[in-house]
Design a protein around this ligand. Structure first.
Ligand SMILES: Nc1ncnc2c1ncn2[C@@H]1O[C@H](COP(=O)(O)OP(=O)(O)O)[C@@H](O)[C@H]1O
Ligand SMILES: [Mg+2]
Length: 230
């Protein structure tokens, strides 16, 4: 389970943060090293999560998932990095959204990948601070063919995706990032996981303006009931 590795990693990040709060302003060398430990820790968490997506591919998609909790977990995991990069985050997540049908770890994986991509695109466009260096996350209840779904959009105002690239972004191992920064696995894994959830994942972009990832997931038809699929 990703949690068994990510919990201690989060512990390392949190304890380092305590030391960092002390060192900031008084010890520049220690501050730099402690910040590096936190960044590397967050990288470990994201990489582990991606690798584990493979071993999880046979997991059942069962149970009720609270989407807001999944998204808040992802935001918490990336919080330090987003803060350091001066990336603003605007979330519009209604409290009254119904539970989704699915596997929370897999959905966590998907949203972590989408947010990681958004962050990278924003850092490519803006080295420092900018009012437009922003990610918007919004969810809403929709009906498709008379059945309820939750649609979530993640929009970043980063570099965007050129026309000749967008057809390939869901291909396994396709990346435009240098070695060590991209694996080209994030979107292909995410697409597979969302398909397993009988949902949809689309990405549209206006290069130089924004990129929007849209995730549509079916609402659970029961509260507390565990439904199994074969
Ligand atoms: N939000 C985004 N903004 C700009 N480009 C993106 C975004 N999301 C994905 N891409 C493009 O899609 C490619 C594939 O993404 P992904 O499968 O997550 O692999 P990776 O992030 O490891 O490169 C990226 O290399 C990038 O070119
Ligand atoms: Mg990625």
């Amino acid at each position: 389970m990703a949690h068994e590795i990510n919990n201690p990693v989060n512990g390392i990040i949190n304890y380092t943060q305590v030391l960092l709060d002390d060192a900031e302003g008084s010890d520049a060398a220690a501050t730099d090293i402690l910040q590096r430990i936190i960044r590397e820790g967050e990288r470990v968490a994201v990489i582990v999560s991606n690798l584990l997506a493979f071993s999880r591919q046979r997991d059942e998609v069962v149970g009720n998932v609270k989407l807001n909790e999944v998204i808040e977990d992802c935001v918490a995991l990336l919080h330090y990095q987003l803060d350091k990069d001066a990336i603003l985050l605007k979330t519009e997540l209604p409290d009254e959204l119904p539970d989704l049908k699915g596997n929370p770890q897999q959905l966590h994986q998907v949203f972590l990948n989408l947010l990681t991509n958004a962050r990278y695109a924003l850092n490519q466009r803006y080295a420092g601070k900018d009012d437009n260096k922003r990610i918007d996350i919004a969810s809403r209840l929709i009906q498709v063919d008379g059945r309820p779904f939750v649609e979530t959009t993640i929009t970043d105002y980063g570099v965007g995706i050129p026309q000749d690239v967008i057809d390939r972004i869901f291909d396994s191992l396709f990346t435009t990032k240098p070695p060590g920064e991209g694996t080209g696995l994030g979107l292909s894994i995410s697409k597979g996981l969302i398909r397993d959830h009988q949902g949809q994942l689309h990405i549209e972009s206006v290069p130089g303006h924004h990129t929007t990832a849209t995730v549509v997931l079916p609402v659970s038809d029961s509260d507390g009931d565990q439904e199994e699929r074969g």
